[in-house]
Design a protein around this ligand. Structure first.
Ligand code: SF4
Length: 389
């Protein structure tokens, strides 16, 4: 099945809307009798339009007795002009704007806090309608025109990687596709800047929320306007999720957070390894590459005296030699235990470079990630929903 065929089938399964007694509600069943996907609502129960696809907006406008072209207009206001209210949608009649204000809201995500780093990185803490919190990051690079955003796919995370602050929160719930897409829209509305690159590398394991992540990628590509080549989905190594992503044939990059090349260390650092061992993981990546013809990225966090030995660099090189991939080394960013002690140490710059040279023995391109926003705890592994009234 082609990517476009899967898009059409997914679109057919999306939820429908109607209006009863002045309240927008979803119909009981979809066309093919499958269970409905609940649209996002704000705390007053109004349906949020930000993050809906064009076909969902059309269904919603139909439920209000409005022609389909109104959905195109609203879609353009939300996705191209980043308006902050229905009142800014000046090509809609005043009556329609009033009606929208009664039954719908633009966004159900509130910015609880916003921190701006010395390097320009912006970290957003979003409050969801149920009061739960998630973080997203906007990274600005002086040498690049484009901006990159890092979005969350779950509230908390069940995987429990030992170097990651999110892992210590535990798992609370999956985010809906709309909640994922609206992180990007909210960032664009607040910053006034266009997100051109996107990584699913914030809080949560995207491939334990595959259905919503895949739906959100559709909307990112077709509505937000981010090219598939500029979207990366990062996983700790959930093999069924990798297989699903492979079969969807989405035009995105897959990144594996490997973090250790040997069984013992990886089981310690990324506990899900006990369920999905390294050899099977590499096999599933090779199958992914074979089917999609796309290069994967191997992410590797450098923890001093844990994952940064010369022996491990050689093991890493051997492990990925036959895999079509790049390697991205991530020097550890400090996260802290409750007593304030750093969980691990970051290797020296010399140790990072030494590891890189040995890993290049694989014949792959190896880079050391330029970290952004460490002073506001916005870098990889540092997201933990800190919030004070
Ligand atoms: S690194 Fe990713 S998968 Fe691991 S605990 Fe953190 S959020 Fe979860």
């Amino acid at each position: 099945m082609t990517y476009h065929e899967t898009v059409i089938i997914r679109a057919m399964n999306r939820s429908r809307f109607t209006v009863q007694q002045g309240q927008a509600v979803i119909l009981a069943e979809t066309a093919d009798d499958r269970p409905l996907k609940e649209p996002l609502r704000d705390r007053e129960g109004k349906i949020a339009l930000s993050g809906l696809s064009l076909s969902e907006l059309k269904q919603f406008m139909k439920s209000l007795g409005e022609p389909a072209f109104r959905a195109d207009q609203i879609h353009s206001w939300i996705y191209a002009k980043w308006v902050k209210s229905f009142d800014e949608m000046t090509n809609l009649s005043a009556d329609l704007r009033n009606k929208l204000n009664e039954v719908a809201c633009l966004s159900a995500l509130e910015i609880a806090t916003l921190k701006v780093s010395r390097d320009g990185t912006r970290k957003y803490l979003f409050r969801l309608p149920d009061g739960k919190l998630v973080e997203s990051v906007l990274m600005c690079f002086q040498d690049r025109d484009t901006l990159s955003a890092c979005v969350s796919s779950q509230v908390g995370c069940a995987v429990g990687c030992t170097f990651c602050a999110t892992g210590y929160l535990g798992f609370m719930r999956n985010l809906s596709a709309q909640e994922i897409v609206d992180q990007v829209l909210s960032i664009q509305r607040e910053s006034g800047k266009r997100v051109a690159n996107l990584v699913y590398m914030g809080q949560g394991e995207p491939l334990l929320n595959t259905e919503h992540v895949i739906d959100s990628i559709d909307t990112m590509i077709h509505s937000v306007g981010i090219g598939g080549r500029h979207i990366t989905v990062s996983t700790s190594g959930i093999i069924p999720g990798i297989e699903q992503l492979r079969d969807e044939n989405l035009p995105v990059t897959l990144a594996l957070s490997l973090h250790a090349p040997d069984k013992q260390t990886r089981e310690e650092v990324v506990p899900i390894t006990r369920k999905y061992p390294i050899p099977e993981l590499i096999k599933s990546l090779k199958q992914y590459v074979e089917k999609t013809k796309r290069r994967v990225t191997i992410e590797y966090v450098l923890l001093k005296d844990v994952t940064d030995s010369e022996e491990q660099a050689r093991q890493l090189a051997d492990l990925v030699r036959d895999l079509h991939c790049n390697i991205n080394l991530i020097p550890y960013n400090p996260t802290f235990a409750e007593d304030g002690a750093a969980l691990y140490d970051r290797p020296s710059r010399d140790a990072q470079v030494r590891f890189k040279r040995l890993a290049e023995g694989s014949g792959k391109t190896v880079t050391i990630r330029l970290e952004r926003g460490t002073d506001i705890e916005a870098a990889c592994g540092q997201l933990h929903n800190a919030y004070k009234e």
